[in-house]
Design a protein around this ligand. Sequence first.
Ligand code: GDP
Ligand code: MG
Length: 389
Amino acid sequence: PKQAYTRTKPHLNIGTMGHVDHGKTTLTAAITKVLSDRGTGSFVPFDRIDKAPEEAARGITITIAHVEYETDTRHYAHVDMPGHADYVKNMITGAAQLDGAILVVSALDGVMPQTAEHVLLARQVGVRHLVVALNKADAGDDELTDLVELEVRELLTAQGYPGDLLPVVRVSGLGALNGEPRWTAAIEALLDAVDTYVPVPERYLDAPFLLPVENVLTITGRGTVVTGAVERGTVRVGDRVAVLGADAETVVTGLETFGKPMAEAQAGDNVALLLRGVPRDAVRRGHVVAQPGSVTPRSGFTAEVYLLSAAEGGRRTAVATGYRPQFYLRTADVVGDIALVDGAVALPGDTVTLRVELGHPVPLEVGLGFAVREGGRTVGAGTVTAVVE
Ligand code: GDP
Ligand code: MG
């Protein structure tokens, strides 16, 4: 039998962010190498991280690679996303629910467009704690690296992070992967910074169980499995759950995290749930598994929405009543009709109150964050302020 997951340390979800080629995947592999040498993780080579499984469901392709490891004080699930589009999609939809992130900046290149966009995205989705890895320090010179550090701290301050205070660690993912002691020590310093700077988030363990479905798979002979991060509450094998979207009620017959069976999954855990008697085709990404009766899908709501400016990648033209963008709520992607509550038009850069009618109902609640997308790009970020019963 597979070894069970035992919860001995707090679990946190983190990930690497930053411009393409600055070394996110190399650093991810290096972290697993350093920790496997220490005996608290398994080495995941670069190739395995960079060939993330791709799941195409209803035209949404998500590409996200998870690795897990432990430090002395924490258990981490770490996501590395291969392309810029994956960051936008997965961060905004909550598929990557990060409690903190490592911003990777090449000491040779400094702040680049995607560095700035990922910081903006992190701020929008509420990732409050960032640690900076100034990577490729093996190849840079100290003076240039000092300038890059200054530039990164300024960017973070401008985006509302404590740029002067947060940890910036000079590392070489490549050097650590090659086993060079100096760079192995630098990775340890980076992990210490993450351990101490990113707090254990408050988890809503007493709330009714809820998990937004990220992926659906079939295990031959066992049934349908859904995966995702538990948003709140706890779930145990044998619990009854509702699958909202599939209109089904069933029982959880198996529970795993990173291939290890577990007795109870909690808010914040990345898990796979085996569901009794639910056909594979009935469940999709975007559905929600929840304690029966605890949530009801709705399609009408009002919201405060920030329309990204053109400089932030948003629209160039105004929005008016009748506009029909896509709404990304948790892992669901739903078309919606909007009506402006005040005034006839809203411009990029404005914060507006909208009335939204979704194409189909999804579980909604006050405070739920979402992204507004159009033609594959994010044009707005909002929060539900009232649900229409
Ligand atoms: P990603 O796109 O951010 O995931 O970047 P990758 O991890 O794929 O790395 C991009 C390139 O930078 C590859 O050729 C790496 O070998 C190289 N690279 C990554 N980390 C380092 C480093 O610490 N030092 C040096 N010199 N090169 C690195
Ligand atoms: Mg990569």
